[in-house]
Design a protein around this ligand. Structure first.
Ligand code: ASP
Length: 439
């Protein structure tokens, strides 16, 4: 059985961090396939190598001198090589990077060098084979990732390879042109490699000990989540939980491979398990709380709306015509509300309003701005009575007015709309009733 281990930028920011990573990999014989990010920040005011590469390439593209910027990047790697006492020179690599920058190889190529070079160092440090992601991670001509071809190429390339380092974040098109995933995309590479080798687990090592029940900027030291399902994570990620790149779930999900989020700086912590399904109950009924500010509610009223077939479609058409996606559509007998992102809606609002009048002929339309949506997510809600009751009594006690309620039919989440100004208070109240009162 093999594990795929992906290490994020902060886990590989310096020689000291590399040593921790080396110790983690050597502590478990199954950790045979390693996906590194580029060196991240060594301290909060530091710059990620990926950002240095983008900035450096921008100069190259403008035809300006970029020698000093490229040297600064080289210095970051040299510091790691020296700190690890490796006999490795990246001179040749940097010569060809310089040449390719001058020939305007593209910003994706530029950014990808962060992972590429870190992969070379990591492979030498561990004594593992180096597999260039450009040879095995494939993108289609239109820029979309080619999951099936990649899976086949990776399987062929890794067959018989005992241990390898495959840099994260990038791949290439058929013609060899390097292309990256969106930022944070090494998470996706790790997942793709785990799928290809049918790993028994995909370990994603970062600088936190897993997923937290709520945002630590709102809740002081929130408790961690031991186990979360892919679906729960998706619901929470959509509402602003940032743990993994959101596309990182799909490759492993199709194979039922669990993801284990771990902390490089606290390797003994169990971290969080992200799984397809589990009989393990969450300690607190709810698994997580997340939310976002900045929504608008468009309230549409029409007498006898309930008996008019096609009314909802006509209303939503007005949003579609203006290319606005909607979040939730709670409705009553004579009312219907459409929740939209305020920033997307704001400059098109009058077009949408006149569109609704033209298409659906309502009695009145009223717009309410500055609303927040909060998702309370938990697989445990399905089998527990009174969850909604507890949420609403907690909110009432905290003097929060609930503007909208939406419970998904899967009973996996309850979405609540409140005023932006009540957002933090509402999250604190929900956290207190489900978690603090249980500790
Ligand atoms: N190095 C890339 C970034 O900073 C990709 C990654 O770390 O996953 O976004």
């Amino acid at each position: 059985m093999n594990k795929v281990v992906k290490f994020g930028g902060s886990s590989l920011a310096s020689a000291e961090q590399f040593k921790k990573v080396g110790a983690i990999i050597r502590a478990d014989k199954e950790r045979k396939f390693v996906v590194p990010s580029a060196p991240g920040k060594r301290s909060s005011d530091d710059t990620k190598v990926t950002d240095m590469l983008y900035a450096c390439y921008e100069l190259a593209e403008q035809g300006k001198d970029f020698t000093a910027q490229l040297q600064a990047i080289k210095d970051r790697y040299q510091e790691i090589i020296d700190g690890l006492e490796l006999k490795l020179s990246l001179d040749k690599e940097f010569k060809s990077i310089e040449k390719n920058f001058k020939e305007k190889a593209g910003s994706d190529y530029a950014a990808s060098r962060g992972e590429y070079l870190n992969g070379i160092i990591m492979a030498q440090y561990l004594g593992y084979a180096f597999v260039d992601a450009a040879d095995v991670i494939r993108f289609k001509a239109d820029g979309e990732h080619d999951a099936e071809l990649t899976n086949q190429l990776l399987r062929e390339r890794l067959a018989g390879v005992e241990a390898a380092v495959i840099p994260g974040f990038y791949g290439a098109c058929e013609d060899g042109k390097v292309k990256t995933f969106s930022r944070g995309g090494s998470d996706i590479t790790g997942s793709i490699v785990a799928r290809a080798i049918k790993a028994n687990v995909y370990e994603n090592w970062t600088d936190v000990s897993g997923v937290l029940v709520a945002d630590p900027r709102i809740i002081f030291k929130p408790v961690g989540v031991e186990t979360i399902t892919y679906r729960e994570l998706r619901e929470l990620a959509y509402m602003g939980f940032s743990v993994l790149h959101e596309d990182a779930i799909f490759p492993v999900r199709s194979e039922g491979i669990p993801i284990n989020i771990r902390n490089t700086n606290a390797p003994d912590d169990n971290g969080t398990w992200i799984v397809e399904s589990t009989c393990q109950k969450s300690k607190y009924v709810i698994t997580g709380i997340a939310g976002k500010k900045g929504f608008c509610a468009v309230n549409i009223e029409k007498e006898m709306m309930n008996s008019e077939i096609g009314f909802g479609r006509k209303v939503l058409q007005a949003f579609e015509e203006n290319e606005i996606s909607f979040e939730h559509v709670p409705s009553g007998i004579d009312t219907m509300t459409v929740f939209v992102h305020q920033d997307e809606f704001m400059h098109k609002e009058q077009k949408v309003v006149s569109g609704i009048h033209r298409l659906a002929d309502p009695d009145s339309i009223d717009i309410e701005a500055d609303l927040a949506l909060i998702a309370v997510v938990g697989r445990g809600m399905k089998s527990t009575r009174g969850t909604a009751g507890r949420i609403f009594s907690a909110l009432a006690h905290a003097n929060v007015n609930v503007k909208m309620i939406d419970q998904g039919s899967s009973e996996l989440n309850i979405i609540i709309g409140v005023a932006n100004a009540d957002f933090e208070t509402a999250i604190k109240a929900i956290y207190d009733i489900f978690v603090l009162s249980q500790i």
